[in-house]
Ligand binder design. Structure first.
Ligand code: ADP
Ligand code: ADP
Length: 219
């Protein structure tokens, strides 16, 4: 379960995130929607302990991310797929992460299969990957430790329509098995087919949140 309580972040005079609160429950997909610059990444970075909040709290399963005994096994995080592991091959990136987490190497092949990166792709360096391939690799890294929670920042960026459709199925399946998913997007169409709930942010503030069907019916 994800809990964000009165979270705020100020950069100088700029209030990037302003008193944001929401929760994500097991078995649900929450779409975190808002235009570029709305404060989505900053919120997710605070949730994952990468940016200190100016005020408020964020926790996963009742603990701050940094206090989780084995974060990679509990929370899968994909924050900026374009920046990861440029000098490694896809397989190496996963192997290093598996070793760090103390996982069996066989998990690497299993997760490559799961995200649809074939043997040829796995042998290539990540810097030669398209953004869509990086998103697939990022998802494989996030899923590597079989976490119960997924936090994904704009995972559909760079995916083609088939890839978006594929990811939708994967995230739905993850939630239907009791997982908790929080994914951000600047496009409603990328999240509306998969999300159960929507949290809408604009200018750092929550604009609306609730059950997707109710929110969309209410206009
Ligand atoms: P989103 O993910 O919704 O596109 P961000 O969280 O990246 O939005 O950014 C929210 C606002 O905070 C933007 O105006 C952005 O320029 C600003 N911002 C984000 N990170 C920093 C930073 N490290 N220093 C200064 N301003 C930042
Ligand atoms: P995203 O595309 O995920 O919203 P951005 O491109 O806004 O991310 O930001 C990428 C990085 O640059 C992040 O580390 C963010 O904190 C930082 N950043 C964003 N906006 C600013 C800003 N106005 N000043 C300084 N750093 C920023």
């Amino acid at each position: 379960m994800i809990s964000v309580e009165n979270l705020s972040k100020r950069y100088g005079r700029h209030q990037a995130v302003d008193d944001v609160s929401f929760r994500c429950e097991p078995g649900t997909v929450t779409g975190f929607l808002g235009p570029n610059g709305a404060g989505k990444s900053t919120t997710l970075r605070m949730l994952c302990g990468l940016t200190p909040p100016t005020a408020g709290r964020a926790s996963v399963g009742g603990r701050a991310y940094r206090d989780l005994p084995n974060p990679g096994r509990e929370v899968g995080v994909l924050l900026d797929a374009s920046a990861q592991h440029a000098g490694r091959t896809g397989r190496e990136a996963l192997a290093v992460a598996a070793q760090t987490m103390g996982l069996d190497r066989r998990e690497v092949g299993a997760k490559l299969d799961l995200v649809g990166l074939d043997a040829a792709a796995a042998r290539r360096r990540v810097r030669a990957y398209s953004l869509g391939m990086r998103q697939r690799l990022g998802l494989a890294l996030a899923l590597l430790g079989d976490p119960r929670v997924l936090i994904l920042d704009e995972p559909a960026n760079g995916l083609d329509p088939e890839g978006i459709f594929w990811m939708r199925g994967l995230l739905r399946d993850f939630a239907d098995r009791g997982g908790t998913v929080l994914l951000s997007s600047h496009l409603l169409r990328e999240v509306e087919a998969v999300a159960d709930r929507l949290v809408v942010i604009g200018g750092g503030r929550i604009v609306a949140q609730g059950d997707k069907a109710e929110l969309l019916a209410g206009g």
